[in-house]
Design a binder for this molecule. Structure first.
Ligand code: HEC
Length: 104
């Protein structure tokens, strides 16, 4: 019985981990891709290592802050949460993690 409970909770945890990852990508596709997919309006294109190098070097906390609160940079204007005020901070962070992982 104990083993069964253990097995079930392990599967549950694995499912949770998979969901967290999927949500970063899903959020990115819904809320960030419009600009970051093709590099619209000065947005650093996802996968463009040169465009991301100096940004990644700022550290995740700065990237999260800029993505969640929005900011005006040299290239253009990043709207808070990509203009999707309904997103949770954690979703935006997961989307940043996804973009950074794709752009290293
Ligand atoms: C309306 C277009 C637009 C959308 C939608 C958008 N961004 Fe951006 N984003 C920008 C622009 C433009 C910049 C670059 C601003 C600059 O540095 O001048 C930027 C920069 C960034 C940066 C780099 C911040 C830094 O400090 O260098 C991150 C991280 C980021 N966006 C995350 C996101 C995430 C996550 C989403 C989706 C939730 C998103 N963006 C949606 C336009 C957009």
């Amino acid at each position: 019985m104990k083993k069964l409970v253990l097995a079930i909770s392990t599967i549950g945890l694995l499912g949770l981990a998979a969901n967290v990852q999927a949500s970063g990508q899903a959020t990115y596709q819904q809320a960030c891709f419009a600009c970051h997919g093709a590099g619209v309006a000065g947005a650093p294109k996802t996968g463009d290592k040169a465009a991301w190098k100096a940004r990644i070097a700022q550290g995740n906390d700065t990237l999260y802050k800029h993505a969640i609160e929005g900011y005006k940079g040299d290239k253009g204007f990043m709207p808070a949460k990509g203009g999707r005020a309904d997103l949770k901070d954690a979703d935006v962070k997961a989307a940043v993690d996804y973009m950074v992982a794709e752009s290293k």
